[in-house]
Design a protein around this ligand. Structure first.
Ligand code: AN7
Length: 360
């Protein structure tokens, strides 16, 4: 008998713990909970590179393509899997929004209760809606993210509720997978990695991930450019910011929990941490959207920092391979676009009117 023609059976993708779990320091009791996060695209943006004034390779690692629309899902799959395996019944976090949505989704997936604390009035609509949709108990704190974080640390020390902020080491373990993916895609580490910095978990994890891959596979190490918003730039100023402010609400953080590690990552890698203005962040958000990549404001900060340094003549990109991490999807924060948007013109349903308007 002739064998039947089989359609191509691609290897199934089963999430970052399945793909990279052997490289992550997770306890044996870990019970994987996944939404098939990770495996995000590295999108080449040659036109943007040219506009920025250089002959160099530029890629966007678009982390907004994760299941809940941000990079947080990589660390959250690890943290919630560990909490579930240890027998936790609930998880808790403080959040500027994305961590909340991610914790809520992974808790829902594993049947755990999620409690999320957010700073009052400063969380983008898509993030709050996500946390609510996934069934989390959402509490607003009349204070900043930093106040909320101090509270969840205290309450998780007192009660059997698993803390899933990036203070939790398993968040960093899972988050390292983004660095592994970049090396696997490019065949080596890029020359530079630029990314936004808020509570500093992501930059800490990237650096740990790149170092681990260098030890294992000799993939080299990137220089890291971490970028804060000027109104929330404790790592640039060298002291905490009591009342952080920025349009990039995701990184409106005045006392980064892993600030020391962020500074160390920047220094060890031969990179730096800088600040850019809200105007520069929004301008870069617009330029990226012009490439068809809509990211939330905070996510444009890394590239805004790169653009700033090139324009100032501090950074010479020629011949380099650069990856910019865009941490969250634009859909998270639609208000930032619609707020300044004139309502689209309303027309009667007649072809000649439409022709007049679009063809002039
Ligand atoms: C889109 O969700 O801190 O430096 O509570 O949502 O690892 O904190 C979010 C942070 C960058 C900064 N981009 O990353 C939270 C939260 C986006 C973010 C950051 C965040 P970290």
């Amino acid at each position: 008998m002739q064998p039947m023609n089989q359609p191509n059976q691609p290897t199934p993708y089963l999430g970052v713990l399945h793909r990279y779990g052997h490289l992550l320091d997770l306890p044996a009791h870990t019970r994987p909970v996944t939404l098939l996060e990770g495996d995000t695209r590295l999108i080449p943006v040659p036109r943007l590179a040219e506009e920025l004034g250089g002959d160099f390779e530029l890629y966007v690692k678009f982390e907004g393509l994760n299941p809940t629309g941000s990079f947080k899902d990589r660390g959250m799959t690890a943290a919630v899997s560990e909490a579930l395996g240890r027998g936790a019944k609930a998880v808790i976090c403080a959040s500027t929004g994305n961590t909340a949505a991610s914790a809520a989704a992974y808790a829902a997936r594993s049947g755990l209760k999620a409690v999320v604390l957010i700073p009052q009035g400063k969380v983008a609509a898509g993030k709050l809606a996500g946390a609510v949709a996934y069934g989390a108990q959402v509490v607003q704190i009349e204070g900043s993210f930093d106040d909320a974080l101090a509270m969840v640390v205290e309450i998780s020390n007192k009660h059997p509720i698993a803390l899933v902020n990036s203070i939790n080491p398993y968040r960093i373990e899972g988050q390292k997978t983004a660095a592994f993916e970049i090396c696997d895609t490019l065949g080596s580490a890029p020359d530079w990695l630029c990314l936004p910095v808020g509570n500093a978990g992501n930059i800490t994890a990237y650096w740990a991930g790149f170092r681990q891959y260098e030890r294992l596979h000799g993939t080299g190490l990137p220089h890291i450019l971490g970028v804060q918003a000027a109104g929330s730039a404790p790592l640039v100023l060298g002291h905490p910011v009591e009342h952080p402010e920025t349009v990039a609400t995701a990184i409106r953080i005045g006392k980064p929990a892993r600030g020391e590690q962020a500074l160390q990552a920047a220094e060890e890698s031969g990179g730096r941490i800088i600040a850019v203005s809200d105007e520069e962040i929004l301008a870069m958000q617009k330029r990226l959207a012009g490439e068809g990549i809509w990211v939330e404001p905070a996510s444009a900060a890394g590239l805004a920092g790169l653009a700033h340094e090139i324009a100032a003549g501090i950074f010479k990109p020629q011949g380099k391979r650069i990856v910019a991490v865009c941490t969250g999807h634009g859909l998270k924060d639609p208000d930032i676009i619609t707020r300044a948007m004139p309502l689209p013109e309303a027309l009667p349903p007649r072809l000649e009117v439409l022709e007049e308007v679009i063809l002039g």
